[in-house]
Design a protein around this ligand. Sequence first.
Ligand code: NDP
Ligand code: GDR
Length: 378
Amino acid sequence: MKKALITGITGQDGAYLAEFLLKKGYQVHGVKRRSSLFNTDRIDHLYHDPHETGVKFKLHYGDLTDSTNLIRIIQEVRPDEIYNLAAQSHVKVSFETPEYTANADGVGALRILEAIRILDLTKTTRVYQASTSELYGLVQAVPQSEATPFYPRSPYAVAKLYAYWIMVNYREAYGMYACNGILFNHESPVRGETFVTRKITRAASKIALGLQDCIYLGNLSAQRDWGHAKDYVEAMWLMLQQETAEDFVIATGVTTTVRDFTRMAFAELGIEIEFSGKDQNERGVIIDIDEQKATELGLNLDALRFGQTVVKIDPKYFRPTEVDLLIGDATKAQMKLGWKPKYNLEALVADMMQADLHLVKKDEYLKKGGFSTLNYFE
Ligand code: NDP
Ligand code: GDR
């Protein structure tokens, strides 16, 4: 039975990858951080009591900033494959925590590689590094492929640039099977709530049920190549099954503005919105409601009206340096890995909207039923 170790297992990709590898028959080990609240929501369905026999899923406390801890976990597990997905992964937050981001996202990758070397596993343990389209940053050429030069635009991207090159260096210096997946944005119903897609799908659902009036966003003109996390974790695995380690771009090849993503999210609910105004004064306003669809979906029609402003701009979401346009060319992955995404943008938006509407309806149901959370601090 093959053994995989996933750092960042509690995150979006970690959860999808753990599920994928378990289905492939792997024994899956994950590194989770200690936290004052439970942080395993996304993987709770995979958990089994460790006292049972034949358990194929195990979690270890750890942190990418702690070398000795990583050495100990890798020594205990002796994995065939390591997927290094752990990171402070929010670009905007990296401007506020640049040193921590460099430590976890940059030096963290080095710590994994060094642990493998120290434990003499260089010929047996394969490593996948979660590299990113943020490496391309300031647009040099589009679509971006493995040959496009990098120009990182945030402390996050600069930290990931170090991680990228240290993988390449250890591959060349020590013959390690270490590879970079240069993944473009990928989302899902379990995407972190502060990334723009999930922020929009949650807010659109709340607005449609009358639990929120409006959503505040930043740069609506940014263009991203959005895919589904479910498709992208398969590419990670494929990269570690090749004869030689190489780096691959994973993307859909289609780019969309944040503005259009927002329109699509509301359209899933039968709500048409139109944008007008410029820069910080831009607004998204309801111009049509498909009442039949809204009724079928159980929306709160009393809370929705024509001309209602549902999107406003808050400059606090602008970044000091922005990445304006990402569009990936995944031809190499298609040719060498046989990888192709199954979800297009429409299917992704539909999947996220369906899940968030369902979640928000639960809140509405509880609220209508008079359920309120206890205040422990009174
Ligand atoms: P998430 O933010 O959802 O998950 C990040 C994971 O890393 C969480 O499990 C988090 O733990 C863990 N983590 C954070 N800091 C540390 C640390 N110091 N030590 C150990 N674990 C830590 O990210 P995604 O799942 O979306 O992304 C996975 C990886 O892929 C990341 O490295 C990201 O930068 C990269 N990436 C993501 C893309 C995307 O579009 N999703 C595209 C390209 C690259 P906790 O749950 O406790 O916070
Ligand atoms: P990104 O994702 O920075 O591309 O990084 P995010 O969803 O945060 O931003 C995408 C674009 O939307 C613009 N934007 C907003 N972003 C957020 N978060 N909140 C807002 O209110 C908002 N309004 C507009 C942003 O300016 C940006 O242009 C993601 C992460 O998963 C990284 O870890 C990963 O490496 C890259 O994708 C590929």
